[in-house]
Design a protein around this ligand. Structure first.
Ligand SMILES: *[C@@H]1O[C@H](CO)[C@@H](O)[C@H](O)[C@H]1NC(C)=O
Ligand SMILES: *[C@@H]1O[C@H](CO)[C@@H](O)[C@H](O)[C@H]1NC(C)=O
Length: 270
């Protein structure tokens, strides 16, 4: 009997291990720019839809004024194409000065003043998927510190322009680097999506220890077929995926049911 209890206790311990930053005990909810706004950087021709501080301020206003925040939609998340093409003189990432004239910290404070959180995007690799400066291994510490200095609350860490060996080093390193800043920053890893999403290539035990959230599968597109292909994949692989999830550690089907809700702020522009 005592040994049976011991086994049960150890099973429970193993299955509840999660990244120890206290965040995302329930699945994170909020809004992410990519699915609708992509890499639209043309603020002169398309000021309402371009990736700029105005877009994120607009979304923050919607979440806080229209009742979404009270339902739990608190993350306002920047995706790719926010940064300048060059790092600053100290080697830090910097936002595009024309599109984010107030800087990222001011945007984070805008969110915090409204009870919201700001997410940002980086990429484990030489470049982001959109061709902006990435975070290769030797830039992980400085980028984690920059995000913390800006008072960012969440990082989506994509995986374009890196190989599997660099990813296997970089994703755990970023987890450590974020922790070392002392600021709790939710950590979303795109790593498994680059490994095909399934064991044996993906180690979900390890992911749960280093990430709060992970993208398992392809990007959602603006079509029902895309939604269904994602739902089908999660259905087919539920025996692997369901046990991977728990408080502080979640599968992210890319905006289906879990993470960023897509808020159509401008139906007329469709
Ligand atoms: C860093 O990790 C330690 C040990 O897991 C944990 O106690 C601490 O809360 C973490 N800090 C942050 C800021 O995530
Ligand atoms: C998966 O990761 C866990 C935790 O880091 C480790 O203990 C285990 O050996 C890994 N499994 C495989 C098959 O590599």
């Amino acid at each position: 009997m005592p040994s049976a209890l011991l086994v049960l206790a150890s099973v429970l311990t193993v299955t509840t291990v999660a990244l120890d930053n206290g965040l995302m005990r329930t699945p994170p909810m909020g809004w992410l720019a990519w699915e609708r706004f992509r890499c639209d950087i043309d603020c002169e021709q398309d000021p309402k839809n371009c990736i700029s501080e105005k877009l994120f301020i607009d979304m923050a206003d919607r979440l806080s004024e229209d009742g979404w925040r009270e339902l739990g939609y608190v993350y306002v998340n920047i995706d790719d194409c926010w940064s300048s093409m060059e790092r600053d003189k100290q080697g830090r990432l910097q936002p595009d000065p024309k599109r984010f004239p107030g800087g990222i910290q001011k945007l984070a404070r805008y969110m915090h003043d409204r009870g919201l959180k700001l997410g940002i995007y980086g990429d484990m690799g030489t470049h982001t998927c959109g061709g902006y400066p990435g975070t290769p291994l030797d830039k992980i510490k400085i980028d984690a510190q920059t995000f913390a200095d800006w008072e960012v609350d969440m990082l989506k860490f994509d995986g374009c322009y890196s190989n599997s060996i660099e990813q296997a080093q970089g994703y755990p390193l970023m987890s450590k680097a974020l922790n070392a800043t002392g600021r709790p920053i939710g950590y979303s890893c795109s790593w498994p999506a680059y490994q095909g999403g399934l064991p044996p290539k993906v180690n979900y035990t390890q992911l749960g220890e280093i990430c709060n959230l992970w993208r398992n599968y392809g990007d959602i597109q603006d079509s029902w077929d895309s939604v269904m292909s994602i739902v089908d994949w999660f259905f087919e692989n539920q025996d692997v995926l369901t046990p991977a999830a728990g408080p502080g550690r979640w599968n992210d089907p890319d905006m289906v049911s879990v993470e960023p809700l897509y808020l159509d702020n401008d139906v007329s522009s469709r």
